[in-house]
Design a protein around this ligand. Structure first.
Ligand code: NAI
Ligand code: MG
Length: 498
C-alpha cells in the first residue's frame, strides 16, 4: 500500500519522493515520533507523498516557537515592515502559482482550471492584508470623568493563533489564515487537513523565502484527533481560527475552554438557492448548477437546496440536469475537466451514502446518481453531478450537508413561504436569489438568515467583503476589516494629565 506512485508524484517539482517535513521555528523537521502518513491523489487513488505526522509533542514545540517569536523580534516589526513582507509573499505566490495550483490539484483533485483560477484570489488576499497592516488603529474617546483624564484605545495582536483548515481549498484556506496573522503581528501554528497537506507546506517555503522570521509561521501536518485536538486545547494558544465541519467546530469550542481562548469558526452549510419564474434563465441554469458542482460540491457555501418557483419547476430542473450532464468529469490535471473527483475514499463513501438515502426517501435522480467506475474512473473517487427532483424539505438530502456534487431541487409558490422554508435549516452560510424584480431581490436579501446573499450570481468573493456564518455555520468573519479585527485585542489607556 503506502508506496509512493512515481507516475503521479513526479509530475511536480515539490514531489521528489522525499518525505515532506513539518516547518517549526524556521526549520524543516521530522515528527518527534518519527511517524509519517500518506497523502493521495484522489483522481488515481495513489500515494503521492509521505508527510511527517505531527501530534501533541510537535504542537508543543510549534506553540513554544510561536510564543518566542511573538515576544521576540517580530514584535518590533513596524506595520510597514509587515506590509512589505506580505507584498513580498504575494509576489512569490504569484510567481509560483502554476506549481501551487498543480499541487492543489494533485493533492485534493480540483480541476486545474479552478486551481489556476485561484491566482487572483490568493494573490489579491495577500495584497489586501498588506494594505490592512498599515490601517490598524485605535481611537481617542471623549470620556465624562471630572478633571483632565484622557482615554484612547490601542489595537494589539491577540498572540499565538492555532489555525486549523480543511482540504477543499488548501492554498486559499491557508492564505485566509496567514494573511491576518501577518497583518496584525500575531504568530501561527497552522494544521493543514490530513487529506491535503502539501500546498500549505509549499506555502511555508515561500514564507521562509519572503523573510518571515523563524517561529512566526509554523506548519504542522497531522490528524484532527491528535495534532488538531492538541492545538485546539493548548494552553499556550490565544486564539483558534477553524474552518471545517460543524461537528468538529463544536469539539473546538469545548477544547478551547481550558484557557478560554478566542475562537472563530467558519463551518458548513445547506444553503438555499432560490429561482423565480422571472429570472434570466440563460444565467440561472448554469449559475444554479455551478453553485453546487464547482469543486465537486466541496464548498461550504454551495447552494445545495435549489428552490424553484412551481410554474417553472419541471422545465428548470430538467435544464439544470441537462447542464449537469454536459459537464466533463475527470482527472483535475486535464485542462478540459470541469468536475474532478471527491477528495478521499471516505468522502466518496459519505456522498454515495447520501445518494442511496435520497433514493430511499423518494427523490428522483434526474442526472448522475451513482459513482463512475468505468475505465480511468475506476481508481479515483468520482461522483457525477447529480440533480435530485421530487425533494421535500424534511428529507435528509435537503437538511444535511452532503459535500458532494448533489443538488436537491424543491418547488415553491410564494415569496414569504420560500423565505421561511429557505431559513428552515440549522445553517446560515450562503444563499442565492435569481430574479429580475428588484423588489423581490431586496426582500430576500433582508429575509434570508445567512452571512452572504448572492443575487443573480453565486459564490462571488473578494478580500474586502466579509464572509461568514449565521446560526450553526459559525461565527466571526473572514475577509474585510472585520477579519483583521478578529486577530486584535482592544486595550483602553487612561492618562491623567493634571
Ligand atoms: P473536519 O471538520 O473533521 O476537518 C477539518 C479540519 O479539522 C481538518 O484539518 C481536521 O484534521 C481537523 N480536525 C478534525 N477533528 C479535529 C479535532 N477533534 N480537533 C481539532 N481539529 C480537528 O471535516 P472532515 O472530516 O474532513 O469532513 C467531514 C464533513 O465535514 C464533510 O463531508 C463536510 O460536510 C464537512 N466539511 C465542511 C467544510 C467547510 O468548509 N465548511 C470543510 C471540510 C469538511
Ligand atoms: Mg491528498
Amino acid at each position: 500500500m503506502n508506496v509512493i506512485n512515481k507516475a503521479d508524484a513526479f509530475q511536480h517539482p515539490f514531489l521528489d519522493g522525499s518525505t515532506k517535513r513539518m516547518y517549526i521555528d524556521g526549520k524543516w523537521v521530522e515528527a518527534r515520533s518519527g511517524k509519517t502518513f500518506a497523502t493521495y491523489n484522489p483522481a488515481t487513488g495513489k500515494v503521492i507523498a509521505q508527510v511527517a505526522e505531527g501530534d501533541a509533542a510537535d504542537i508543543d514545540l510549534a506553540v513554544a516557537a510561536a510564543r518566542r517569536a511573538f515576544e521576540g523580534p517580530w514584535s518590533r516589526f513596524k506595520p510597514a515592515d509587515r506590509q512589505r513582507l506580505l507584498l513580498k509573499l504575494a509576489d512569490l505566490v504569484e510567481a509560483d502559482m502554476e506549481n501551487l495550483a498543480t499541487l492543489d490539484t494533485l493533492d485534493m483533485g480540483a480541476p486545474i482550471t479552478r486551481t489556476r483560477g485561484n491566482r487572483a484570489r490568493a494573490v489579491g488576499m495577500l495584497r489586501y492584508y498588506a494594505g490592512q497592516a498599515t490601517s490598524i488603529h485605535g481611537e481617542t474617546i471623549e470620556n465624562s470623568l471630572p478633571g483632565q483624564i484622557f482615554s484612547y484605545t490601542l489595537k494589539e495582536p491577540v498572540g499565538v493563533v492555532g489555525a486549523i483548515i480543511p482540504w477543499n481549498g488548501p492554498l486559499t484556506a491557508s492564505i485566509w489564515k496567514l494573511g491576518p496573522v501577518l497583518a496584525t503581528g500575531c504568530t501561527v501554528v497552522l494544521k493543514p487537513a490530513e487529506e491535503a497537506p502539501l500546498t500549505p507546506l509549499r506555502l511555508a517555503e515561500l514564507c521562509e523565502e519572503a523573510g518571515v522570521p523563524p517561529g512566526v509561521v509554523n506548519v504542522v501536518p497531522g490528524h484532527g484527533e491528535t495534532a488538531g485536538a492538541a492545538l485546539a486545547s493548548h494552553m499556550g494558544v490565544d486564539k483558534v481560527a477553524f474552518t471545517g465541519s460543524h461537528l468538529t467546530g463544536q469539539k473546538i469550542i469545548r477544547a478551547s475552554a481550558g484557557n478560554l481562548k478566542r475562537v472563530s469558526l467558519e463551518l458548513g452549510g445547506k444553503s438555499p438557492d432560490i429561482v423565480f419564474a422571472d429570472a434570466d434563465m440563460a444565467a440561472a441554469v448554469p449559475g444554479a448548477g455551478m453553485a453546487v458542482f464547482s469543486n465537486s460540491g466541496q464548498i461550504c457555501s454551495a447552494g445545495t437546496r435549489l428552490f424553484v418557483e412551481e410554474k417553472i419547476y419541471e422545465e428548470f430542473t430538467e435544464r439544470v440536469a441537462e447542464f449537469s450532464r454536459s459537464l466533463k468529469v475527470g482527472n483535475g490535471l486535464d485542462p478540459d475537466t470541469q468536475v474532478g473527483p471527491l477528495v478521499s475514499s471516505e468522502q466518496l463513501d459519505r456522498v454515495s451514502g447520501y445518494l442511496k438515502v435520497g433514493k430511499e426517501e423518494g427523490a428522483r435522480a434526474l442526472s448522475g446518481g451513482a459513482r463512475l467506475t468505468d475505465g480511468d474512473y475506476a481508481d479515483g473517487y468520482f461522483i457525477p453531478p447529480t440533480v435530485f427532483g421530487n425533494v421535500r424539505d424534511e428529507m435528509r438530502i435537503a437538511q444535511e450537508e452532503i459535500f458532494g456534487p448533489v443538488l436537491s431541487a424543491i418547488p415553491f409558490t410564494d415569496i414569504d413561504e420560500v423565505i421561511s422554508r429557505g431559513n428552515n435549516t440549522s445553517f446560515g452560510l450562503g444563499s442565492g436569489v435569481w430574479t429580475q424584480d428588484v423588489g423581490k431581490a431586496h426582500k430576500l436579501a433582508k429575509g434570508l438568515r445567512a452571512g452572504s446573499v448572492w443575487i443573480n450570481c453565486y459564490q462571488a468573493m473578494d478580500p474586502a467583503v466579509p464572509f461568514g456564518g449565521y446560526k450553526m455555520s459559525g461565527y466571526g468573519r473572514e475577509s474585510g476589516v472585520q477579519h483583521v479585527e478578529e486577530y486584535l485585542n482592544v486595550k483602553a489607556v487612561w492618562i491623567k494629565t493634571e
